[in-house]
Design a binder for this molecule. Structure first.
Ligand code: WT7
Length: 655
């Protein structure tokens, strides 16, 4: 959806419903009034400095912020280790024997690991990495299902100063290879497989296919998850190692490396407007402060909470709110391996009731699927342990918001709609649940210490109406650069207006109280079921098929996924358009990128609508895919192309 298409949001702006925090919630909340906003406004650096002081630093910073636009350094010369702060810091407190992670496999297996146990496993695995020659600054790719070992792997890298590069397990071998090669990873950590809807996702097998094309990889570490799967695996002598064999007999003493605040903690690839994914680089100290502070305030974490963020560790949400944020807070997290509808569509509610989850954080696409599956699924479970709900990843429509609030929160639990990005590292816009009056459709105000606003193309502030979201001051957990491409960093994020103002790529509106409504991406990036994917990536995958001459990909509104992928494809001379080819093309995209990129519709067409200068007019294609009246066609080289396309699309997909 583009910011111009705000018509569907007009209803939203009329949205009158508002929900004050329940009094009892506010009375017990971590944040009970708006003083933190004032404090951050009056002394912005002082505010962040106070947040940083709650973590343990080996040596203090000399300066809070060094801002030479567009590059920021936070807590300059401070020495810190995020793994130490997630683990060691809690060991001399009553948290020592508290559950750090409660893990549930899709097959129903449950494991609980305390802070002390997690600490020991992380130390041991850190030593395993060292044995394989991993040193500070080396890149380690992690391609895993949702296992306790995934968190251990991340924390072990952080402990020794190795830079992890987690790649979502749903990505194809090609996508994995691309991310390994761009980062020059030395080691890959994977698993024989993971359960997803009762089937095994063969991650080691995919890794083998990827690593064939990755000269930088020296070792592959394989976690055993699936009984009986091992005999199917190829374990290459010298290169491949079983996790449990490496761990056996390894020392559990491994002091955390004293890292510089600005040392890179991890790289995480995300989609942009070109065909090449960007390796988003995050710092150590600033990232830790952002993940810690937002977790504490937005999720109102208390000692007794059981926090469940349903994101996969392959995304930034899994980094900041499955692993780092909650552990920095000393919370108990629930981690789940599999699908929400396996073996039944009440799996999540069953787990919430069983584990007594108190804070639950998921995505609108999941909420819309739950709505569609039916109210009877949550109604059959005792959800009274819940006290706070969260949403992330895409705009949540008021209907889904109200359903979530009513059917899951039973009208008792505030719903925080959190806006942020891979690049921002932690939540930027959100209600504070004990303070903010909630308005469905609005993500809420900027977090304390975050200077968000709405600007027009020229950089003028937009008070009423829609414009572009902008962040005017640096913040601790911000992206530091794009791996190997600082030029692209500057171009993408700090050149829309000036080199001090961050451009996130989203459209936004603001109400009189300063609440932001996020209108979606204004660039060629799609958000499909909460997953970010570039149109160019999908186009490159399509033109990679021998039959395809040209491809243009757009998003269309989708009831459950938010957006769905629609591809318009023209074929090379002799190729024949038939049903078989359509499914072949879809499979080809899945093969190249992963199932998350599978096109919903493909339309074969002799021509794509182009401007006289040869640029494909995506705006028109979006109109066709969404069945809207056609927007301006005057700049088009051949207007008939559009009319033909539209007739054909409607015939095939009934838009
Ligand atoms: C894009 C970032 C941040 C974690 C997951 C996605 C969209 C994210 C919201 C929200 C409206 C949202 C934006 C943003 N987005 N949260 N609460 N309301 N839109 O991270 O993959 O980096 O995607 O997701 O368009 O730019 P990501």
């Amino acid at each position: 959806m583009s910011a111009q298409d705000t018509s569907m949001f007009d209803d939203l702006l009329q949205e009158k419903r508002a929900f004050d925090p329940p009094e009892e919630f506010t009375r017990n909340a971590v944040v009970r009034n708006d003083e933190c906003y004032k404090r951050a406004q009056e002394d912005y650096e002082g505010y962040w400095e106070d947040e940083a002081k709650e973590l343990k630093w080996f040596s203090p910073w000399k300066k809070v912020l060094d801002w030479s636009p567009p590059h920021a350094r936070w807590f300059v010369d401070g020495k810190i280790n995020i793994s130490f702060n997630c683990l060691d810091r809690h060991l001399n407190t009553p948290r020592r024997n508290k559950a750090a992670i409660i893990w549930e496999g899709e097959d129903g297996e449950v494991k609980t690991i305390t802070y002390l146990q997690l600490f020991r496993e992380v130390c041991k695995f850190s030593n395993c990495l060292k044995k394989l020659g991993v040193r500070k600054g080396d890149i380690v790719a992690i391609y895993m299902p949702m296992l306790v070992e995934s968190a251990i792997a991340m924390l072990a890298c952080a402990r020794i100063g190795a830079i992890h590069n987690v790649v979502f397990g749903g990505f194809s071998p090609d996508s994995l290879a691309e991310r390994i090669n761009d980062s020059k990873a030395k080691v890959v950590i994977t698993a024989d497989g993971g359960w997803r809807r009762g089937r095994v996702l063969g991650l080691k097998h995919n890794t083998d296919r990827a690593v064939e094309h990755c000269p930088s990889v020296e070792h592959v570490i394989n976690v055993k998850r699936i009984p009986g799967e091992s005999y199917l695996l190829n374990m290459e002598d010298g290169r491949d190692h079983w996790y449990h064999q490496l761990m056996y007999g390894t020392s559990d003493s491994c002091p955390a490396e004293e890292l510089d605040s600005e040392d890179i903690s991890f790289i995480l690839y995300t989609s942009g407007t070109t065909g090449k994914p960007k390796g988003i680089v995050h710092s150590t100290g600033g990232y830790a402060v952002g993940a810690y502070s937002t977790n504490k305030y937005v999720f109102d974490l208390k000692e007794e909470d059981i926090f469940w963020c349903t994101a996969d560790v392959g995304w930034i949400t899994g980094h900041s709110y499955v692993v780092y944020g909650p552990l920095l807070c000393g919370a108990t997290i629930l981690m789940y391996e599999g699908a929400p509808d396996f073996p039944e569509k009440d799996r999540f509610w069953n787990m919430i009731a069983h584990h007594k989850v108190s804070v639950f954080y998921t995505a609108p696409t999941a909420i819309r699927a739950f709505m569609k599956w039916g109210d009877e699924y949550p109604a059959g479970h005792d959800l009274s342990s819940l006290r706070l709900l969260g949403s992330v990843g895409e705009p949540i429509n008021p209907e889904a918001w109200i359903w979530y609030y009513t059917n899951i929160g039973k009208g008792r639990c505030p719903v925080v709609d959190t806006w942020w990005q891979t690049e921002t590292g932690s939540i930027m816009i959100s209600a504070l649940p004990g303070v903010t009056t909630l308005k469905p459709g609005f993500a809420g105000p900027a977090m304390p210490g975050i200077d968000a606003t709405v600007l027009d193309e020229k950089g003028n502030e937009v008070v009423q109406g829609s414009g572009l979201l902008a962040i005017r001051k640096p913040w601790p957990s911000m992206i530091r650069t794009i791996w190997g491409d600082d030029e692209r960093y500057v171009q993408t994020y700090f050149s829309k207006w000036d080199n001090r103002t961050y451009f996130p790529g989203d459209g936004a509106k603001r109400d009189a109280a300063g609440n932001f409504m996020i209108l979606g991406r204004v660039d060629d990036v799609l958000n499909v079921a909460g997953h970010r994917i570039g149109t160019m990536e999908i186009e490159s995958a399509l033109v990679d098929h021998p039959a395809v001459a040209e491809a243009a990909v757009v998003g269309k509104a989708h009831e459950i996924k938010g957006q769905a992928i629609v591809a318009f494809v023209s074929l090379k001379g002799s190729s024949k358009a038939d049903i078989a080819l359509l499914s072949e093309l879809k499979e080809h995209v899945v093969e190249k990128i992963g199932a998350l990129a599978r096109p919903e519709d493909i339309l074969i067409t002799p021509d794509l609508p182009k401007t006289r200068s040869g640029k494909i007019m995506r705006r028109l294609l979006r109109d066709i895919a969404e069945g809207r009246a056609l927007s301006d066609v005057t700049t088009l080289a051949d207007p008939d192309v559009v009319a033909d396309l539209r007739a054909e699309y409607e015939e095939n997909y009934g838009a």
